[in-house]
Design a protein around this ligand. Structure first.
Ligand code: UDP
Ligand code: MG
Length: 313
């Protein structure tokens, strides 16, 4: 059986379209398939739509969150609840074309344990969002011990074996799933696709959310920012030494050292670096704090399924 995991957050506009298209593709596939929808605390009619879809389709399971926990947590919950031997994660907005499922399943059948979908083109990204993304990956790849491909999306297939490894062996709170699946090993296959614009509704990732997500991904996968303090310290040390030599030199030649501007610029510059570095350390402490508390990454309020064996339970 194949499982399709779909996270949905305020997707009332696009869900009926998505479900129809997904069903068409799954029917054409002639495989036993289940669909696991994760409702990530939507405030609109998403849950009503999912309820009625599940009531009419025993292949559909709905995992309902108690509140919004974010896309990563939703995918994780989907992986945890999926029962298929291969699990495909995708977005609900048709930017991950269900037509690609057959190629992904074919790759799985040919032996791939992980199928990464590489986006060749993205039709809806603004210049700024594209810029943030590019900078983010440049930074991450330069400073992290792992390598990440810029255009690998949250559209992927993993075998149930790999899914178990992700769910059980990576107990950390902040997971950055797409990073994990790229660096988890196992037989991998890359497939290319073109992401169309969102079929309906609005993007749930604002520029702000995207930046927060990037920042959290960097500070959970790389230790480089922590070392920034050392480099900044060395740089300032060098500069201060030069300044000291210059001052002593000027003193001996009895020329008064007038340096108001130098001092002000130097001080404010070094203080800004200092606070920046303290902020970064704070971010890492916050991450450790979150891990130590070991709160659940998501809370399920109910699982809705009309499948015969599930209903009997
Ligand atoms: N999503 C989610 N929880 C959130 C934000 C988004 O489950 O807090 C889902 C959303 O419903 C969609 C997918 O994650 O299925 C991708 O979100 P979106 O299309 O808004 O992001 P974009 O494609 O613009 O990056
Ligand atoms: Mg989208």
């Amino acid at each position: 059986m194949i499982s399709i995991v779909v996270s949905a957050y305020n997707e009332e506009e696009v869900l009926p379209l998505f479900y129809k298209e997904l069903k068409n593709q799954l029917n054409a596939l002639e495989e036993d398939a289940e669909i696991v929808f994760v409702n990530d605390g939507s405030a609109d009619k998403t849950i009503n739509i999912l309820n009625s879809i599940a009531a009419n389709d025993p292949a559909v399971k709905v995992v309902n969150f108690s509140r919004n926990f974010g896309h990563e947590a939703a995918m994780l919950a989907g992986l945890n609840h999926a029962e298929g031997e291969a699990i495909i994660c995708m977005d609900a907005d048709l930017q991950h074309p269900p037509a690609e499922i057959k190629n992904m399943v074919a790759a799985y059948k040919a032996g791939a344990q992980v199928v990464l979908m590489v986006r060749d083109e993205r039709k809806d990204y603004s210049f700024i969002k594209q810029g943030v993304t590019t900078m983010f990956y440049k930074f991450l790849n330069k400073f992290s011990e792992y390598q990440f491909e810029a255009n690998v999306s949250d559209f992927f297939l993993v075998s149930s074996k790999v899914s178990k490894v992700i769910c059980k062996e990576f107990p950390e709170f902040n997971k950055f799933l797409r990073g994990i699946i790229q660096n988890i090993g196992f037989e991998k296959k890359r497939l290319h696709y073109v992401a169309p614009a969102r079929a309906a509704g609005q993007s749930k990732y604002s520029l702000y959310k995207l930046m927060l997500f990037s920042f959290s991904a960097i500070t959970t996968t790389s230790l480089a920012p922590l070392r920034l303090g050392i480099f900044a310290g060395m740089m300032f040390g060098g500069f201060a030494t030069l300044l000291a030599i210059y001052s002593v030199f000027m003193k001996f030649f009895s020329q008064p050292f007038s340096g108001y501007t130098t001092i002000i610029v130097f001080l404010s510059f070094s203080f800004s670096i200092l606070f920046f570095v303290i902020g970064i350390i704070g971010e890492y402490i916050a991450n450790v704090f979150k891990e130590v508390k070991s709160r659940p990454p998501y809370i399920v309020s109910e699982v809705i399924s009309y499948k015969k064996e599930d209903a009997a339970k």
